[in-house]
Design a binder for this molecule. Sequence first.
Ligand SMILES: [Cu+2]
Length: 173
Amino acid sequence: MKISLIAAFSLLLLVGSNLAGTAWASGSHTGDHAHDAPAIGKPSTAGQANRTVAIEMTDDMRFSPAKIAVQKGETIHFTIHNRGKLKHEFVLGTEKALKEHAELMRKFPGMEHAEDNMVSVAPGQSGDVIWRFTHSGKVLFACLQPGHYDAGMKGVVAVDRKTIKPTVAGASR
Ligand SMILES: [Cu+2]
């Protein structure tokens, strides 16, 4: 069964947690959330990707690479490979959003994800996240399976202030 983050939020409200009320890093298909979402970028499509970055996830709770440098405006097609025997996931967000989300996952460990800024990957499988980095600064990523974030399963995308030159592939806005 899939429980959306929205549903999880409602659940949180029901149980009276004060975690609710924080905007998630990225949102849903509706696109009407942008005003209070942190500026980590926005979903894109494979056709818009400037390049592909492969990331491996392992049971020693690490992403490899854990540091990625991109330029402002760049669209990255992340291909996420789970090399372990455990389920892992790749979630882009601000540190605040990821920490709060990790806490939520501790409370609701069975929660499934279906958002544009994240992908859950079964052992031996691969997944994709295609993301355009619209603001310079740091965007973090983490695995939010219970305990994995605290074990250090996180990384960072450093978004350079320099804006990428438009290419045929990346020209669209
Ligand atoms: Cu993990």
